[in-house]
Design a protein around this ligand. Structure first.
Ligand SMILES: Nc1ncnc2c1ncn2[C@@H]1O[C@H](COP(=O)(O)OP(=O)(O)OP(=O)(O)O)[C@@H](O)[C@H]1O
Ligand SMILES: [Mg+2]
Length: 414
C-alpha cells in the first residue's frame, strides 16, 4: 500500500471500506441510483472508483465523469460523453447521432477532441435530447453500466450564480430525473457524489423532490480500530518501524478518522523520522509532528482546500457567516446559543433573513461534517480541523459575545 496525500486511491492503495462497498454494490446491482455524500477528504471519489474497478472485473462498464469544472448542462453531457468514449459502441452511437464534425474516422479521434467536438454540437436546444439519448444508449448496452457523476453539487452551485440560476438547476435536475425514469429497468446505474450537501441546496431552492429518486448513502469516518489498522498497514508497507501505541496516539490527536488525515499524519511522521535519521517512530513524536507539521504551514495548505470548498458552496454573505461560526467554534470551543443570538443581532444590521441564513449555514456546516450539535452548542467533529481553524483565526477573531452591537462585521472573514 502506497502513501497518498493527494488524489483518490484504488486497488492495492485502497484500504478497507468493505461494509460501504458491500452496501453500494448491492444497491447498484438492484438498479438503484445513488447519492453518495460525505465530508471533504472522506474518500468518496476513491470509494466510487474502487466500486467501479471491482464491478469492471465482473464484466461491468464503469464510466466516471468529474463535473466539478462544468459551467452548464451542455458541459455535463460532454463530460459523460467523454467518459463513454472508452466504450467503442457507445462512442460510435454517440458519434453517429451528434457528429457532423466526427466524419468517418471515429477511431482516430482522441478522447480530448471527442469531447471538444461533442461539446460544440451541444447547445440550449439540443443538450436534453442528446443527453437523454446518451443515457438510453448506456441503459441498453449489452453489459451493465455504472456511471458516476462526481462533484455534481459544485456544478449546480456554479450554475446558481448565472442569471436564472435557480431555474437552470431546476431544469437540469428535472431533466436528470425524467431521463432516468425513462430508462428504468435498463442496465444503467448512476451514482451522484460530492462533498457539498445537495439535500440542503435543493431544500433551500424549494425543489426537494428533484432528487428524491436518488438513494442517499452517507460516507462516515473510519472508527478508531480501522484508522489504527490503516496507519499500521502504511507503516508496514513502507518498512517504517513504529513503537506500540503510535497509531492509537495518531487517532487520538486527530479525534476523527478522516482517511486523508490518517494518510497525511503518517506521511509527516515518516518525513520527520527520515529528516532526523531515525529508524523508529515513538509515541512522543506524535504530538510534536501534530503541532509542527500538521498545524504548520504544510498543513495549512490543506485547510485552504476546505475554505475553497465552502466558498463554492455558499454565497458571499453565508460564507462570511460560516467563517464567523467556525472561528467562534474553534477559538471558544463551541458556537454557543448565546453566540448564535449575538451573531443574529450583529448581522441584522447588514443583511436580511438573518435567522434563516444562519440556520441554513449551520445546516450546511453540520451536513458537511464540520460541526455537530451538543448541549453546549455546535462543536467541531474533528480535532485537527478545529485546531487548524483556531490557529488560522486566533489573532483575528474577536469572540462574538465580546463584540458590541454596531461594531463592524467581518472580523473573521479577513
Ligand atoms: N479507502 C481509502 N484507503 C486509503 N486512503 C484513503 C481511502 N479513502 C480516502 N483516502 C485518502 O483520502 C484522500 C482523499 O480521497 P478522495 O479524493 O477519494 O476523497 P474525497 O472525499 O473524494 O475528497 P474531496 O472531498 O476532496 O472530493 C486520498 O488521497 C487518500 O489519502
Ligand atoms: Mg472527491
Amino acid at each position: 500500500m502506497r502513501v497518498s496525500t493527494g488524489r483518490w486511491v484504488s486497488g492495492a492503495d485502497f484500504f478497507d471500506r468493505e461494509p460501504e462497498l458491500r452496501l453500494l454494490e448491492n444497491l447498484v446491482r438492484e438498479h438503484n441510483h445513488l447519492l453518495l455524500t460525505g465530508q471533504r477528504r472522506m474518500g468518496k471519489t476513491s470509494l466510487a472508483r474502487e466500486l467501479g474497478r471491482r464491478l469492471e472485473a465482473d464484466g461491468w462498464v464503469f464510466l466516471f465523469a468529474d463535473v466539478e469544472g462544468a459551467d452548464d448542462a451542455e458541459d455535463v453531457i460532454a463530460d459523460i460523453a467523454r467518459a463513454a468514449h472508452s466504450v467503442r459502441s457507445l462512442r460510435d452511437r454517440l458519434g453517429e447521432r451528434v457528429g457532423r464534425w466526427v466524419g468517418e474516422n471515429l477511431d482516430e479521434i482522441g478522447v480530448g477532441d471527442f469531447k471538444v467536438g461533442i461539446r460544440a454540437e451541444l447547445n440550449a436546444g439540443t443538450w436534453k435530447r442528446h443527453g437523454r439519448d446518451l443515457l438510453r444508449d448506456c441503459a441498453r448496452y449489452e453489459r451493465p453500466v455504472l456511471l458516476v457523476l462526481d462533484e455534481l453539487p459544485i456544478f449546480l452551485k456554479r450554475m446558481l450564480r448565472h442569471s436564472n440560476g435557480r431555474d437552470r438547476v431546476d431544469v437540469f435536475l428535472g431533466w436528470l430525473r425524467g431521463a432516468l425514469q425513462e430508462i428504468e429497468g435498463g442496465s444503467l446505474s448512476l451514482i451522484v457524489s460530492g462533498s457539498i450537501g445537495l439535500e440542503p441546496l435543493v431544500r433551500r431552492l424549494g425543489i426537494p423532490d428533484r432528487i428524491n429518486h436518488l438513494y442517499p448513502v452517507r460516507l462516515g469516518a473510519w472508527n478508531r480500530e480501522t484508522s489504527v489498522q490503516c496507519f499500521d498497514r502504511l507503516a508496514e508497507s513502507q518498512s517504517v518501524s513504529v513503537e506500540p501505541g503510535v497509531a492509537e496516539a495518531v487517532y487520538d490527536e486527530l479525534g476523527l478518522g478522516i482517511p486523508h488525515h490518517v494518510q497525511s499524519f503518517f506521511a509527516r511522521l515518516r518525513d520527520f523520522a527520515i529528516m532526523r535519521g531515525r529508524d523508529r517512530l515513538t509515541v512522543q513524536d506524535v504530538p510534536e509532528v501534530y503541532r509542527s507539521a500538521l498545524l504548520g504551514p504544510a498543513g495549512q495548505k490543506d485547510l485552504v482546500h476546505y475554505e475553497t470548498r465552502l466558498k463554492d458552496a455558499l454565497d458571499d454573505q453565508s460564507y462570511s457567516v460560516a467563517m464567523e461560526i467556525l472561528a467562534e467554534a474553534a477559538t471558544a470551543g463551541a458556537f454557543t446559543p448565546k453566540a448564535h443570538r449575538r451573531l443574529e443581532q450583529l448581522y441584522a444590521a447588514v443583511t436580511e433573513n438573518v435567522p434563516e441564513r444562519i440556520a441554513d449555514t449551520l445546516e450546511v456546516l453540520m451536513h458537511d461534517g464540520y460541526l455537530e450539535q451538543t448541549a453546549a452548542g455546535h462543536r467541531f467533529c474533528s480535532r485537527l480541523l478545529r485546531d487548524w481553524w483556531a490557529s488560522r483565526f486566533r489573532t483575528s477573531h474577536e469572540p462574538l459575545e465580546h463584540r458590541p452591537l454596531g461594531k463592524q462585521l467581518g472580523g473573521s472573514a479577513e
